[in-house]
Write a protein that binds this ligand. Sequence first.
Ligand code: DHE
Length: 515
Amino acid sequence: MTRNTSFSKPFLALALATLPFSVAADPATVYAENCADCHGAQRLGAIGPALIPETLKRMRGPNLADVILNGRVASQMPAFAETLTPEAVEELAAYLKAPLDFTPTWTETDIAASRELRDDYTPVTAPVWASDPMNITLAVETGDHHVSVLDGDTFAVLDRFPTPFAVHGGPKFDPTGRFVFIMSRDGWVQKYDLYALQEVGRVRAGLNSRNIAMSADGQFLAVANYLPNTLTILNTADLSVAAVREVKGKDGTPSRVSAVYQAPPRESFVLALKDVPEIWEVFYGPNPPQMGFAHDWRIEGPVNNPDPFPIRKITTPDFLDDFFFDQSYEYVMGAARDGKSGQVIDLVIGHKIADLDLPGMPHLGSGITWAWGDTTVMATPHLQDGVVSVIDMETWKTVKTIQTEGPGFFMRSHENSPYVWVDVFFGENKDAMHIIDKQSLEIVRTLRPAPGKTVAHVEFTKDGSHALVSVWEDDGAVLIYDAQTLEQVGSLPMRKPSGKYNVWNKITFSEGTSH
Ligand code: DHE
């Protein structure tokens, strides 16, 4: 005889209400019993993402309690509505949003141990597709953590592969455009072979990371970490660790790394630091500049065994944690912590040379440059104010402040386009995409292709003939525009698409795109 173990709903509810985790259990116990297997005993992630405020508060997405109650569609996250009471779920959500009560470590050994190279990866000698390798464009889909690989001529989807959870910042291509590296906020770095359309492997370079930068020779990939306070440098060939550098200012104050940028002509990575007023330059080339003669230079390591990645620490008059470089990479424009101003640092002499008027928390990382009259201008949107600042890069003065319909996140152009595209990311006009004439500096058109939805981030095809725009929603799309007529000519359905990245525009450091 088999026992009938099914219960009526009222009986189940009554039984659940008396379970230990329904009301009385403390959230740490509830976590240990229900979440730790997937998210790690210390909340630092395992097969599921890390559940720490550094990751969670950055996520623009569903409410945490809602995810616990109802689970996440198309993921392994189950619903706990039938296991936990609403009160227990609220307490658990608050627990997950609270900072860890210890400082986690993530050493070189941990990084090495996390490395997973795919044993089913089969290198190829030529692309398995017939498209133009320089016009391949990636679309990051944050809705279900995938990347779509697009043929930039036909817009056919060549592949759609899963990424680590919560990709942030631009994927970085190697200088040949064959391999791409993608980073998640949980510190995972994934290597993908565009010719073979296969993942090569992945490694966890940090516990909470910001972005990545590729060395000019394609040998190294630098990973900026918040947790722990380190810079990880990976060998791109096999994702092994080349170096891990603790980040401490000249006076020993530890700092999170806000972002790392590549400065190809200088053969260096340039670091924006969150907690100390310094800019760091980490050299990777065979002939780093002579070290140790100026006040802002440091040799880290024994003199007769020089560090392969010598570090230069430049003291700055203010905290600068968001950067933009001129095309020569001599000048860094940095946004100050007050969110209203900025500074220009000359990397050659290691000093501030100008102040910048940046009124509404600029997002310099998405700034672009173009020729304007007989000078070059740089433009940046602002995260707080509905304005775009246009700055003369010779005088460092603002030549125009363009009023927009709300704060924006991203802007893009192309050498072959007369226009700059800038989104309105926040507020009631988040469905607007402004088109600015590069010479008159006036908004000449405002597109509203998906009323009421967030429309953001643009990428051009290699020749600048088409612009791809994200409808940043879970049932979203990448819209294809004729970049001259500004007419929509196509649409590709996608799950909350965020950034798009064209191989050619990226590896040639197009002035119209972020680097
Ligand atoms: Fe980003 C790029 C910092 C929030 C999506 N973001 C960058 C870069 C930096 C940065 C420094 C350039 C790095 C690079 O590409 O190598 N971002 C920050 C922040 O400080 C901020 C404001 C707060 C934070 O959460 O860290 C922030 N960013 C967001 C978001 O909320 C966005 C919209 C959604 C998300 O994915 O988290 C977001 N950021 C992006 C994207 C890029 C990016 C899509 C790449 C743009 C590009 O075209 O290169």
